[in-house]
Design a protein. Structure first.
Length: 682
């Protein structure tokens, strides 16, 4: 596809003359994107599904800053576009003192110094915590990071979302990258939290009771009548783990509780601080922003906080949540406990754990590891006495930063061990041995478990029983997609010269969910640098179906199930499809990294779950085939942001609006992908 367009001149074909748009209300996610989108047509309002170019307020990278720098230099870039936009932190492998790691850290430091980039050395803290403490992620701004837990920023009303390294290099070089605004889910936190129930319990419960990918690749907006009673630290924990829930962002509103939190912070920061000061806070008060009353949400999920009790995630899956009431009686012995990571290592978490540990000791045979989210947090914890309380109980301190949460440094789980952690991921093998069991819980439950040597609640230390666990009350409502919306009235979308006004082909059904990148492009070729385009085309999808090559041809359109392209981040999963001269992949949903790698390499994607359901219904009683030619054709009219599908008789069976593909995204495709576009800008 990239070869098809690269020789064409990039001039605009203006297909509309009016700047009048049929508008609907915007949700808060769309409003923030509107502020940070660049080069929009006059009067254009953005909505879910639209592809836009964005210039984020800030872009953070951590230990991966050096790989980003190498990609940046490989693009031919010599100067960072806006050094005030970029933040580099060292946080992931801070316990690693090998010459190789120290050399990488020195390279990052020197690169940052050369370009005048804000740099935070190892020991300062976890990058996401620094982004919040230092005001880079700030209410109503858009901040990104080359790390999946940038969702955390949503806890303070900043739209935070992850990017891949190519995106980061693009932002360094040009100040911008692209984003397709995802469907937005409204999550109502109804009622009030009972005593002893924390923000961690909320998100662990959400991950467990809505465990069928309800929010996969969605942006989330949290609402609720009593949301103002939810502490900001609880919000940060919930937003952080929307990543594990499958979402691309988790956004809380800017309310009086958040404003007060910032006002209290001013006294703790040197003034005038460049980003957090009386003026920036007053600007928040004077320029409030919230979702419009007629904003559209793809779905609404409701959970009744009154029905929650302390919950435990696992073992080895965030999709399994069990009440503490049920687990405490099972006498599950633990070997290790952890109060670390960007999820639950803020001051309030450390104080909560210290309150449980006060006057007690960690059980014999149990190792309890603690690390503050930042050096500032540790300093405050020391001043409050909470840090000493935890160490006096027998905890093992680690440097402010990442560590066992991602399987690095001291204290990893060994074969057969059981760990309970106040972190965000308990994937099999993530925190050490794949033959270990990992559970997630609140700081209070982790501390109590460390004292009693088993999964337990704080009340059990004093001999009391764990409280009951009522059935969680929850609902899900899927909303019909509105007609009309962002498309120009009486006209069509602007299309660049060299970009097709429409894309059409026969649908080839690969009827499976969760087809991973190993299935699309075999791992044995991933690290071979001399694989030809012809060979890539030949092996495309062979691990999914060995007959895929013989059943398909150039110009076909793959249509698959949900979470297509999950798994590793290999870019070849996109480029091997392009090597087969296929222009488009349609799915019920995509793995986020696959989606980004696709556009970054000039492969187009569309999410049309309705069409997947129609084809599955058609072939429900047919003999199973991994790859099936359907005889149905899909035409994507780019000028109208519309898809028309015809069956094998030529009859129209589906006509649906899709997100607008703006000229900024078209230009990236025409240039052969994001790297080609960056080079053209330089």
């Amino acid at each position: 596809m990239s070869r098809m367009f690269s020789a064409r001149q990039l001039t605009s074909k203006r297909l509309f003359s009016s700047s009048s748009f049929a508008l609907q209300g915007q949700n808060l996610t769309e409003k923030i994107v509107q502020r940070y989108a660049v080069d929009l047509p006059a009067g254009k309002q953005v909505f879910s599904g639209d592809y836009v170019s964005i210039r984020p307020a800030h872009c953070m990278s951590h230990d991966n800053s050096w790989p980003v720098a190498l990609k940046f230099m490989g693009l031919g870039a010599k100067t960072v576009k806006d050094n005030r936009q970029i933040v580099c932190t060292l946080d992931h492998d801070v316990q690693n003192k090998t010459d190789k790691n120290l050399e990488k850290y020195e390279n990052i430091k020197n690169f940052a110094k050369e370009h005048g980039i804000d740099f935070y050395p190892a020991g300062t803290g976890i990058g996401h915590q620094i982004m919040i403490e230092q005001g880079y992620a700030f209410p109503l701004n858009l901040s990104v990071a080359s790390d999946s837990h940038s969702n955390t920023y949503g806890g303070i009303g900043s739209l935070g979302t992850p990017i891949v390294r190519t995106d980061a290099a693009s932002i360094w070089a040009t100040g911008q990258t692209w984003w397709q605004i995802p469907p937005v889910a409204q999550v109502e936190l109804k009622g009030k939290l009972p005593k002893g129930v924390t923000g961690k319990d909320v998100i662990v419960a959400l991950c467990g009771v809505f465990n069928n990918d309800e929010v996969l690749n969605h942006a989330i907006e949290f609402t609720g009548e009593f949301l103002h009673e939810l502490p900001v630290d609880y919000r940060l924990t919930i937003a952080n783990m929307t990543t594990e829930w499958g979402a691309l962002s988790g956004l809380f509103p800017v309310d009086s509780t958040l404003i007060q939190w910032y006002q209290e912070r001013i006294s703790k920061l040197p003034q005038p601080h460049p980003r957090v000061n009386a003026q920036t806070i007053q600007n928040l008060i004077d320029n409030k922003s919230a979702a419009d009353s007629d904003a559209y949400y793809a779905k609404k999920l409701t959970i009744d906080l009154d029905s929650l009790s302390p919950y435990i995630s696992g073992p080895n899956s965030v999709k399994v949540s069990t009440s503490l009431n049920q687990l405490s009686g099972k006498d599950i012995k633990i070997d290790k406990a952890y109060l670390v990571s960007c999820t639950n290592s803020r001051l309030s978490d450390i104080k909560a754990a210290a309150d449980v540990l006060k006057g007690h000791k960690v059980a014999p045979g149990v190792e309890f590891y603690v690390a503050a989210a930042s050096a500032n947090v540790q300093r405050d914890a020391e001043a409050s006495g909470a840090w000493k309380t935890i160490l006096d109980a027998g905890a093992i301190p680690l440097p402010a930063g990442c560590g066992p949460c991602i399987g690095l440094g001291a204290g990893l789980l060994k074969d057969g061990e059981v760990g309970i952690s106040a972190t965000n991921r308990n994937f099999k093998g993530r925190m050490g041995s794949k033959d270990a069991l990992a559970y997630l819980a609140s700081p209070e439950v982790v501390a109590a478990s460390a004292v009693l040597g088993k999964i337990a609640g704080p009340e059990e230390i004093g001999g009391g029983p764990v409280g009951g666990a009522p059935a969680i009350r929850k609902t899900v409502t899927n909303n019909a997609k509105p007609q009309g919306g962002a498309t120009a009235v009486g006209g069509s979308i602007e299309v660049l010269e060299g970009f097709p006004a429409s894309i059409e082909g026969e649908l080839i059904l690969c009827d499976a969910d969760n087809i991973n990148t190993d299935g699309i492009y075999p791992g044995k070729y991933t690290y071979q640098d001399d694989v030809s385009r012809e060979k890539m085309a030949e092996v495309c999808m062979e691990n999914y179906d060995s007959e895929f090559g013989s059943k398909t041809k150039a110009g076909d359109i793959i249509i698959s199930g949900f979470n297509f392209g999950t798994g590793s981040s290999r870019e070849q999963a996109a480029t091997c499809i392009l090597a087969r001269d296929m222009k488009l992949v349609v799915a019920g949903s995509f793995g986020n990294i696959f989606s980004r790698n696709s556009i970054n390499n000039a492969l187009l994607t569309l999410e049309i779950p309705t069409l997947v359901g129609m084809l599955r219904a058609k072939y429900a009683d047919a003999p199973a085939q991994l790859t099936r030619r359907t005889g149905w054709t899909l035409k994507w009219d780019v000028t109208k942001a519309q898809v028309i599908v015809r069956d094998d008789t030529g009859a129209v069976v589906l006509q649906e609006k899709v997100g607008e593909l703006g000229t900024n995204l078209q230009e990236i495709i025409v240039k052969g992908g994001l790297e080609g576009w960056v080079k053209s800008q330089l």
